[in-house]
Design a protein. Structure first.
Length: 90
């Protein structure tokens, strides 16, 4: 028997768009206003927030700059979300 800690995976997946949507709400920013700030369309931003569009590295950079966080945070959220989807699928 090993004393290695077991890794526990949650069945609940949080897409990065959910985190972003909550952040925008907390800051009182509309999708239209924020999309303009980061140089994308409102539709593209809404699709990201609704988890219908993946977060690209370019968009992660723009979001990080606009909200004052690291790019790595947003890319990490996307990677963990995609990994969780893959784990659930199979």
């Amino acid at each position: 028997m090993t004393d290695q800690p077991q890794r526990i995976f949650s069945d609940y997946l949080t897409p990065p768009g959910t985190v972003l949507g909550e952040e925008l709400e907390a800051r009182g920013l509309s999708h239209r206003e924020f999309a303009s700030r980061i140089g994308c369309t409102r539709q593209a931003l809404t699709e990201l927030i609704d988890a219908h569009r993946p977060l690209t590295p370019e968009l992660a950079c723009a979001i990080a700059l606009a909200v004052g966080t690291s790019v790595r945070l947003w890319i990490g959220l996307e990677e963990r979300y995609r990994e969780g989807l893959a784990r659930q699928a199979g």
